[in-house]
Design a protein around this ligand. Structure first.
Ligand code: PEP
Ligand code: MN
Length: 293
């Protein structure tokens, strides 16, 4: 994977897609018919903000698989990503599937983040694990734990931002109630994430509920992140769904990237290659430029 840091953007526009600062501020949009962005600005640490027009791209592998995370982190940083994702305790449907590297995965993620001046985010599945996440900057609650109220209350007592993913059968109102479990326990730094819901459609892994992004903005002031990777489950659909989420008012996106998707230990069908990701980041910049006065 040594060549990925040198890769150039091949988009047919003049954007500087290799910016090392992806903190895009796009509050002043050209849109007249709706107010697309959250009013709550969340300080994620390290000078990184989300919401209120501050946009973030979160990217990384589904699972931290080992030392690969270092080169991947450095590549993502070169694309302008400031928040590195990677699962260590994985909620796998099948107990025989790779379950993540656990504590070692968190250590590798944190080290890769520090080395590249990136914030880190990883899914936490149990309140008993909070101590293990000491060096992780943002705690992710996965779809399967969206309504795990004891976990939500415990995370409400931490001093870390929480990215709360919508459950695959959770309504918008239920998601908002879940967020209140965190805020009522004292933690106001909540980010919501639309990652697709389960419907009758089987062509995609889930159904990307893009309307939820706009609907949530009407109902609350939390920043909303879209996760087109889990919403679609298919790498080819990640780019169009990312761009549509931005047009719909997403304050950020979370995208799975792997240096060799076919060899990924989890979610290989939806992972973007480094080249695909780099091209998408160019398109994300183009979309921001288009939407901004
Ligand atoms: C993940 O982000 O790796 C994940 C498991 O996502 P979700 O909880 O949305 O399925
Ligand atoms: Mn995944």
């Amino acid at each position: 994977m040594t060549e990925i840091n040198q890769m150039n953007c091949n988009a047919t526009n003049n954007n500087d897609c290799s910016s090392t600062n992806n903190q895009i501020h796009h509050k002043d949009t050209i849109l007249n018919s709706f107010n697309p962005y959250s009013s709550r600005v969340i300080d994620l640490g390290n000078g990184q903000l989300i919401g209120g027009g501050y946009f973030q791209t979160i990217a990384g592998p589904c699972s931290v698989e080992g030392e690969h995370i270092f080169e991947l982190a450095s590549f993502l940083k070169s694309c302008g990503v400031s928040i590195l994702r990677g699962g260590a305790f994985k909620p796998r449907t099948c107990p025989d599937s790779f379950q993540g590297l656990g504590k070692r995965g968190l250590e590798l993620l944190s080290k890769a983040g520090h080395e590249n001046s990136m914030l880190t985010i990883s899914e936490i599945m149990s309140e008993g694990d909070i101590e293990l996440y000491h060096d992780i900057d943002i705690l992710q609650v996965g779809a399967r734990n969206c309504q795990n109220y004891s976990l939500l209350k415990a995370l409400g007592k931490t001093d870390k931002p929480v990215l709360l993913k919508r459950g695959m059968a959770t309504t918008i109102d239920e998601l908002l109630s879940c967020a209140r479990y965190i805020t009522q326990s004292g933690n106001e730094r909540v980010i919501l994430c639309e990652r697709g819901i389960r419907t009758f459609e089987r062509k995609t892994r889930n159904t990307f509920d893009i309307s939820a992004i706009a609907a949530l903005h009407e109902e609350c002031d939390f920043p909303i992140v879209a996760d087109p990777s889990h919403a679609t489950g298919l790498a080819d659909l990640v780019a169009p769904c990312t761009l549509s989420a931005i047009a719909c008012g997403a304050d950020g996106v979370q995208i799975e990237v792997h240096e060799n998707p076919q060899a990924a230990l989890s979610d290989k069908e939806q992972a973007l290659t480094p080249e695909q990701f780099k091209n998408l980041m160019c398109d994300v910049q183009t979309m921001h430029n288009f939407l901004t006065k």
